[in-house]
Design a protein around this ligand. Structure first.
Ligand SMILES: CC(=O)SCCNC(=O)CCNC(=O)[C@H](O)C(C)(C)COP(=O)(O)OP(=O)(O)OC[C@H]1O[C@@H](n2cnc3c(N)ncnc32)[C@H](O)[C@@H]1OP(=O)(O)O
Ligand SMILES: N[C@@H](CCO)C(=O)O
Length: 343
């Protein structure tokens, strides 16, 4: 394992300077994996020298908790999940060794889709094919480099689908998993939303399309009632609040994210279609959490997959705020997750 110099994740301090010392935090750190043995992607392409950026919290141990971030997330869990990370919380650095890495193809320090496209001669718009199982294999190599031999995985949204990929790809390593607000397979509805987002990016490459993609996605991350409560009326004269909100959110993502990553990761989510037989083979305990007002991944759809899991259990977060409630309105969710992780 060799540390290398690499660009800082957008908005993060320079690599190597811990940005959360109070949480026994190591990170952001960067390692280059697959130096001697290459990584064979599901597409048949081969990668070497895969740069991975990650954070750790707590003292290194052979058993760890791996946090899997969502589509536009990064490895800095302390920045986006403060309700879950800290003393007395489900991810407690005083008790656990916690790892989170930016995914392969991501936009926050790890070898990005744009860099992969350059390597593979792909054009703009993200024609690199990655699968969620490829992402899990890279995570596995990182855990190996850190000396981890057993892992509990937890993820929400794309991170929840990635947790299913871990359960299928690394059954020897995963001892339990938490899947929040995520299906085991993308539905036609979810694929359709991603298709529209990628069409916007291809139609207006260079940033404008990414902003429109975010507007489409934001409508699926909240709910009619959430927006009725938070975005009624106007903030700017003559402009509906929801309009200026979506425009603002679009520009915000455009400033911090990468269009190739957006296309590559959403395509990986759409292509993830494990069979019921594969799901039935998952032997470890899995906590599946649905969100009552989620219009992207309706609670009933998320709950349906529990029937296929040998040791699945279901809990529902009752919130009006839709899919993003796991970030905005977690209520009792940290407590439930903590109890499950402690087993
Ligand atoms: C498991 C994971 O990995 S999750 C990954 C985490 N992802 C991220 O951290 C990045 C994505 N971020 C998000 O999705 C969101 O910011 C969340 C869900 C984390 C937080 O959402 P909220 O706190 O509700 O923020 P909200 O969506 O209301 O937006 C607030 C912003 O919009 C602005 N805003 C609100 N209403 C309006 C309006 N009508 N017109 C214009 N601007 C508006 C606010 O001023 C605020 O601006 P700021 O961000 O510059 O402070
Ligand atoms: N709002 C989060 C979750 C979306 O699934 C994100 O932007 O990553």
């Amino acid at each position: 394992m060799t540390a290398v110099t690499a660009p800082s994740p957008r908005g993060a301090p320079p690599l190597g300077e811990p940005d959360c010392p109070d949480l026994a935090c190591g990170g952001p750190q960067t390692v280059t994996l697959f130096r001697r043995e290459p990584l064979l992607l599901d597409s048949g392409q081969v990668l070497t020298d895969v740069r991975v950026t990650y954070h750790t919290y707590g003292e290194a141990r052979e058993d760890a908790t791996l946090v899997l971030h969502a589509l536009t997330g990064n490895s800095a869990v302390h920045e986006w999940w403060p309700d879950f990370l800290g003393a007395g919380r489900p991810l407690d650095p005083e008790r656990d060794f916690i790892v989170c890495a930016n995914v392969l193809g991501g936009c926050a320090g790890t070898l990005s889709a744009a860099e992969l496209g350059a390597n593979m001669g792909a054009g703009p718009g993200g024609s690199v094919a990655l699968t969620l199982r490829d992402l899990a294999r890279v995570g596995r190599a990182l855990l190996g480099a850190l000396g981890v031999r057993r892992v509990r995985v937890i993820g929400a949204s794309m991170g929840g689908m990635l947790a299913y990929a871990w359960l299928l790809e690394c059954p020897d390593l995963v001892e339990r998993a938490v899947v929040i607000g995520a299906p085991a397979r993308h539905s036609p509805w979810a694929i359709g939303l991603n298709t529209a987002a990628r069409s916007a990016i291809r139609a207006a490459p260079g940033g404008e399309g990414l902003a429109v993609a975010r507007q489409i996605a934001m409508l699926s991350y909240r709910s009619p009632e959430s927006f009725a409560r938070t975005q009624a009326g106007q903030r700017v004269p003559s402009v509906p609040a929801i309009t200026s909100y979506l425009e603002y959110q679009g520009e915000k993502l455009r400033a911090r994210f990468c269009e190739q990553t957006y296309c590559t990761l959403t395509a990986a989510m759409d292509a993830f279609q494990p069979t019921d037989a594969e799901l039935r083979a998952i032997a470890v305990p899995v906590l599946v959490v649905g969100i009552s007002s989620d219009v992207l991944y309706p609670a009933e759809e998320v709950r349906g997959y529990v029937r296929e899991l040998a040791r699945g259990e279901y809990w529902e977060l009752d919130s009006v705020h839709g899919h993003d409630a796991f970030l905005m309105d977690p209520q009792d969710l940290p407590e439930r997750v903590g109890a499950f992780l402690r087993g």
